[in-house]
Design a protein around this ligand. Structure first.
Ligand code: FES
Length: 315
């Protein structure tokens, strides 16, 4: 956890504000901030007590500041409303991270797909790929041009191809089959945006192993049917807890007095990821890859359960 000062707030597009944070002593006088790679997010501990993750969208080479962009969400659960209404330049807040659950992997080509505010990690990826001279293309869609951030900057990147799609100019949402037709062999597809866009990309892609997604919210369909859940035990050091159906490991450990960090509590941010020392997790998050699940090395305590009678956690 670090304390950073909000040093600048800039409107990027309709309902989207960019916030820049630096060491409380100032961007030039303070300590260098930890390094980050495109795809990383920062968790802001907001004045209303909520923790929210926002993708870093500034320049990773500038170690004096972090930039994130936040869209005011009409269906806000409090996070974006707090950022827009209560956070003021000069204020100091606590942050966690940066942490990267959406890192760029090596590939012969990268296809980036962004919807709305999902452009924030993708913008940093496009800039990095462009600087490396990689083969990349970006498809970026939004309700209207006025609601889309970074459009001019992205269109000026010279090395890739950028397609912008405004629903109000194009008669509706994009045809993802068309977007994904003819993508280069071996290309990895990175997608960040609202759930309908992610679902459409997941339905349209030929090989799901090529797809990397970052979600704002958990999908409406739960990762598992909870009706068959049974109790199991969790051991942390010399303490033992019983996790009952309907309760999460996170809630159970907290009720027992353990301090466990969390943020989304929906299995999408990774804040509660914990090392598993023994036992077989029943993964119900929306974050780990198939390989990571199969390894059983770590799990998200907010949503995942146990396949066996006991899990031993590194807590
Ligand atoms: Fe976000 Fe558990 S708190 S994955």
């Amino acid at each position: 956890m670090a304390r950073l000062r909000l040093i600048r707030s800039t409107w990027l597009a309709e309902d989207i504000v960019q916030l820049e944070f630096a060491d409380p002593a100032g961007p030039d006088a303070g300590a260098e901030l930890p390094a980050w790679e495109p795809g990383a997010h920062l968790t802001l501990r907001l004045p209303n007590g909520q923790a929210r993750e926002y993708s870093l969208c500034g320049d990773p080479a500038d170690r004096t500041r972090y930039a994130v962009a936040v869209q005011r969400d009409a269906a806000s659960r409090g996070g974006s409303a707090c950022v827009h209404e209560r956070l003021r330049v000069g204020e100091i807040i606590e942050v966690d991270g940066p942490k990267n659950n959406f890192a760029l992997e090596e590939a012969p080509a990268h296809v980036l797909i962004a919807g709305g505010i999902g452009v924030t990690p993708v913008k940093a990826m496009a800039e990095a790929l462009d600087a490396r001279g990689s083969d990349w293309r970006l498809f970026y869609c939004g309700r209207s041009r006025a609601s889309m951030a970074f459009t001019g900057l992205l269109e000026r990147l010279g090395g890739g191809s950028v397609t912008l799609h405004a629903d109000d100019e194009s008669g509706g949402p994009p045809d993802l089959d068309k977007v994904l037709a003819g993508i280069p062999d071996g290309a990895l597809v990175y997608c960040c945006g609202p759930e309908p866009l992610l679902a459409a990309v997941e339905a349209a892609i030929d090989d799901p192993a090529r797809l990397r997604v970052e979600r704002f919210r958990a999908p409406e369909t739960p990762a598992a049917d909870p009706s068959g859940d049974v109790p199991f035990d969790v051991r942390c050091g010399d303490r033992r807890f019983t996790v009952r159906p309907g309760a999460s490991i996170l809630d159970t450990l907290r009720a027992g007095g353990l301090q466990v960090p969390s943020s989304c509590e929906e299995g999408i941010c990774g804040t509660c990821e914990t090392r598993v020392l023994a036992g077989e997790p029943d993964h119900r998050d929306h974050l780990l890859t198939d390989d990571e699940r199969a390894s059983g090395e770590s799990m998200m305590l907010c949503v995942s359960r146990s396949r066996g009678p006991e899990l031993v956690l590194d807590l």
